[in-house]
Design a protein around this ligand. Structure first.
Ligand code: ZN
Length: 197
């Protein structure tokens, strides 16, 4: 490795900071860029900058979007009286892939975790309460982890007082796992079989 030019070493260092990329993969990728056309490096660096410069959070659901409100929030064909509450923006992508949900979403931006000092004021709960009106259904789809369950319990208490029907995903899913690792069929079943809380 010490024989590599500094710029190549730097790229390998940067790549190996990415999730799921080990040192070996980072080296392979770096050599791939070295032997490829400059166009590949150029388009990749532009794409990386674009997601940081063009993408913002939807002011309604807090999802990621280039236009505010996002496509889902502004889609009139979707059911506005059905809101699926998730922890992270990535979870929306997970549900949308199943093509089985026609309501809207709300992103909390995490889960309650007293040990890490994350309380209700750190999550997008106030904006959720502004969105809900009596007669709506709110599906709480936080991760099946201790933090996710704590958050679900907290939300069901405050939402219950607002006259909305609160449901939770049916759990065919292993406790402790993140929604993103659940296969689509299980997720569709969990959504269809959701239960009142
Ligand atoms: Zn939105």
């Amino acid at each position: 490795m010490h024989t590599l030019p500094d710029s190549a070493k730097r790229l390998i260092d940067e790549l190996s900071r990415l999730p799921g990329v080990g040192r070996k993969t980072a080296q392979r990728l770096a050599f791939h860029f070295l032997s490829s056309d400059v166009e590949l490096s150029h388009s990749l660096s532009t794409a990386l900058l674009d997601i940081k410069q063009k993408i913002k959070n939807c002011s309604s659901c807090h999802g990621i979007t280039e236009k505010d409100p996002c496509k889902i929030c502004s889609d009139e064909k979707r059911n506005s009286s059905l809101i699926c509450v998730v922890e992270n923006a990535y979870d929306i992508f997970v549900f949308e892939k199943t093509n089985s949900f026609s309501g809207k979403y709300h992103i909390l931006g995490g889960a309650l975790s007293p040990l890490d000092g994350i309380g209700p004021e750190d999550l997008n709960i106030d904006t959720l309460l502004e969105r809900v009106v009596e007669g709506m259904e709110v599906i709480i789809a936080t991760n099946p982890s201790v933090e996710g369950e704590t958050t679900a319990l907290y939300l069901s208490n405050i939402l219950g007082k607002k006259g909305v029907s609160v449901t939770k995903l049916a759990r065919g899913v292993p406790v402790g796992s993140d929604l993103e690792y659940i296969d689509e069929a299980t997720l569709i079943r969990a959504m269809e079989g959701r239960v009142s809380v």
